[in-house]
Design a protein around this ligand. Structure first.
Ligand code: PXP
Length: 247
């Protein structure tokens, strides 16, 4: 029996660093903690505006990581060239808008098919596995298969918002995810999921019907970094109290 794997998205550790342009927090140290805690993968999104993760971070992570690296990227020629140099284990193609706070939805695979095909085949030629970040609907699953992806990453954002805002659509969103995951497996695609997953809604998702068996990997970032602040704050304060009191 294979247990689902956790990919930890460390973008927001870099966000904290970029708020002040300090040398800390150190991403490699963070990645080492992910490894010690049983994480299977580091996920980073190198955005066009490089607002958190920088190219040099990604190269350094690739060089030092003993676990898989998953690069979230827009399907552009520039990012294809970057990925070919980096050679991450996985590239997850995501839509990208400059002004968004975070990725707002899945890829529209009906538009830009030519560009998507070019990027997907280019990545695969370089032996980089490709996942497509899509909404949980059957058409997007079929198109992902037709485009030659190795996996889909189901956008769980709508489900996450429904849980966080206690909307009545939670069950409906869970059903959509479960159906999309089942279809993807039938077509021979691997199934990943991510976006907005937190310590509450992950229980609902993992416990829903066949999800535990069908979703192989979760990529989770913001909620883990937020939790880390809470569980680590006490020891961080103790260390500073001790330093200012010992001349
Ligand atoms: N998966 C994809 C494709 C994403 O774009 C993101 C956000 O960068 C995540 C997972 C992680 O989302 P969150 O930070 O909300 O856990």
């Amino acid at each position: 029996m294979m247990f689902p794997k956790l990919g930890v998205n460390i973008d927001h550790i870099a966000t904290l660093r970029e708020l002040r342009h300090t040398p800390y927090p150190n991403l490699i140290e963070a990645a080492q903690q992910v490894v010690s805690a049983g994480g299977s993968q580091i996920t980073v999104h190198l955005r066009e505006d490089q607002r958190h993760i920088k190219p040099q971070d990604v190269f350094l992570l690739k060089k030092t990581l003993p676990i898989a690296l998953n690069l979230e990227m827009a399907a552009t020629d520039f990012m294809l060239g970057f990925a070919k140099k980096l050679k991450p284990d996985w590239a997850c193609l995501v839509p990208e808008k400059r002004q968004e706070l975070t990725t707002e939805g899945g890829l529209n695979l009906k538009k830009n098919k030519k560009q998507l095909l070019k990027v997907i085949s280019g990545l695969k030629k370089s032996k980089i596995k490709v996942s497509l970040f899509v909404e949980p609907n059957l058409e997007m699953v079929r198109l992902s298969h037709a485009l030659g992806a190795n996996a889909i990453e189901i956008h769980t954002g709508r489900f996450a918002i429904a849980t966080q805002q206690k909307q009545p659509t939670i069950q409906k969103e869970l059903c959509k995810i479960e159906k999309a995951a089942t279809k993807a497996l039938e077509l021979g695609l691997k199934v990943h999921a991510g976006h907005g997953l937190d310590y509450e809604n992950i229980r609902l998702l993992v416990g829903f019907k066949s999800v535990f068996r069908s979703i192989e990997e979760y990529n989770i970032g913001h909620s883990i970094v937020c939790r880390a602040v809470m569980v680590g704050l006490e020891s961080a304060v103790r260390a500073m109290v001790s330093l200012i009191q010992s001349p």
